[in-house]
Design a protein around this ligand. Structure first.
Ligand code: UDX
Ligand code: ADP
Length: 457
């Protein structure tokens, strides 16, 4: 039996290893993390992350060939293949602060592997990393005088939160990058063999190390660029009477453009897009390509504008002041079907409204705990209400900030009756029936589509 180890039991490591364990019964898969609370949660009925389908997969393989542990050193010694899935946040200090990836956890992990290894191993980069990180990794690992050899492989993860299990079970592609040496090619094959248990061969792409590392950053940059592009156009639609959904449909039917990732809204969130683009921007600057860097940085600038402008439109519609007004924010998760609030537009809107002295109440089916944690020192300045009807009671306005389908199914007549008048709805995800809301009596402000107001004149 081969031993696979994954260092880092987060959003990527946990689900990925669960799916590998399920599909590869002859491998023993262990996931380790320095965070003991997280490991205890992975070993309980209350998993540390919410992801549709995850509970079932974990229940089926945990303690069969999937194990969660805090004993990092011991498991390094016992493993043949080590996936490294620790966090690589944006650097907050020194050179490259605010853009470059902070590689300190990554380098510590490399040294930890070296200290505890007693045989040669394959080390797989699963976290998103700047191009050529594998080079540094190889140098650290192969600096030993114990005759140990390490092959470093890049195998970036493309799963999206909320659909992680489906994305892992039926990936568009799996990417495996490695060295062109004999042992590099053998290491690539060892990783391909894992995925070949359930992924068709033609969907497993092998490349050199640098192409694989760069492809992950580029995939996220292209996806985020589409969202910023359609959001930019949404602003123009609001000024001209065009409807962004009609425009998105009209252009998306061109097979060269494609229809997905063209939903205009309050902007993208999540732990990856902003971080990875800034990482790409830093790399371009580092390699002396300032024009290329500026081109990609604009994707993030546009996203920040989109969030700020959403709040400006709220304030302006509500007679230029929201101070003291109760405002219900529906949706703190950065997207539907997840409890993750990292870089969530909901929290960005919340912070801006607090700065305007609004009385903010947050409602979300899954993400209220994370929202409270993320707000930190200002978390007691807002109210939390799982039930959206109660959140909207006495509110002047509702803003939809996550595309949870249940928000579209609420009884808006009952909500309207319990609100202050005039009542406003700002649909930051364009998921509601705007005409019906207008007929109830709401003043309705979508993104990139005509607004409806019930004011005379
Ligand atoms: C993303 C990539 O999709 C995934 O391949 C990569 O591995 C990690 O980063 P994730 O951040 O989990 O995944 O979610 P994604 O579905 O890409 O959504 C990101 C953000 O964009 C969300 O806030 C979502 O609401 C927003 N979005 C998405 C839009 O505003 N409009 C769209 O058309 C699509
Ligand atoms: P991702 O979304 O990339 O999975 P997360 O932040 O969800 O990122 O998860 C990364 C995990 O890596 C965290 O649970 C963190 O505790 C863990 N981690 C960071 N450094 C180490 C380390 N040296 N050893 C073990 N686990 C680590």
């Amino acid at each position: 039996m081969k031993n696979i180890l994954c260092i880092g039991a987060g959003y990527v490591g946990g689900p990925t290893m669960a799916v590998i364990a399920k599909n590869c019964p002859e491998y023993r898969v262990t996931v380790v993390d320095i965070n003991a609370e997280k490991i205890a949660a992975w070993n309980s009925d209350n998993l540390p992350i919410y992801e549709p389908g995850l509970d079932d997969v974990v229940h089926c393989v945990r303690d069969r060939n999937l194990f969660f542990s805090t004993e990092v050193d011991r498991h390094i010694g016992e493993s043949d293949i080590i996936f490294v899935s620790v966090n690589t946040p944006t650097k907050t200090f020194g050179q490259g602060a605010g853009k470059a990836a902070d590689l300190q956890y990554w380098e510590k992990t490399a040294r930890q592997i070296l200290r505890n290894a007693n045989s040669s191993k394959i080390v797989v980069e699963k976290s998103t990393l700047p191009v050529r990180t594998a080079h540094a990794m190889e140098r650290i690992l192969n600096s030993n005088d114990r005759g140990l050899h390490f092959d470093v492989i890049s195998n970036p993860e493309f799963l999206a939160e909320g659909s992680a299990i489906r994305d892992l079970e039926e990936p568009d592609r799996v990417l495996v990058g490695g060295r062109e040496t004999t042992s590099g090619q053998q290491a690539i094959q060892a990783i391909v063999d894992i995925y070949a248990h359930w992924v068709p061969q033609e969907r497993i792409i092998t490349t050199n190390l640098w192409s694989s590392e760069l492809s992950k950053l580029v995939a996220n940059a292209f996806l985020a660029q589409r969202i910023s592009s359609i959001n930019a156009i949404a602003n123009l639609c609001e000024q001209t009477g065009a409807n962004v959904e009609e425009v998105a449909h009209a252009i998306g039917t061109d097979s060269r453009i494609g229809s997905r990732f063209l939903r205009a809204g309050v902007g993208f969130g999540g732990s990856c897009f902003k971080k990875d683009i800034l990482n790409l921007v830093y790399l371009c600057e580092y390699y002396g390509l300032p024009e290329v860097a500026a081109y990609w940085e604009q994707v993030v600038t546009m996203n920040e504008y989109q969030q700020a402008n959403f709040v400006s439109k709220m304030i302006s519609a509500m007679f230029n002041t929201v101070a003291g007004k109760r405002i219900a924010l529906f949706g703190l998760a950065f997207k539907a079907h997840t409890s993750d609030t990292r870089e969530s537009p909901g929290l960005a809107v919340c912070r801006r409204l607090l700065a305007e002295h609004a009385d903010v109440v947050l409602s979300d089916p899954r993400a209220l705990n994370n929202a409270r944690l993320d707000l930190g020192s200002i978390s007691d300045k807002v109210h939390y209400e799982t039930d959206p009807y109660r959140a909207a009671e006495g509110a002047h306005a509702i803003a939809i900030l996550t595309e949870w389908p249940q928000f579209a199914e609420l009884d808006y007549q009952a909500i309207f009756n319990a609100m202050e008048k005039p009542a406003f709805i700002f649909d930051g995800r364009n998921i509601l029936n705007h005409q019906a809301l207008y007929e109830i009596g709401f003043n309705v402000f979508p993104v990139g589509r005509p607004s409806f107001t019930n004011f005379p004149g």
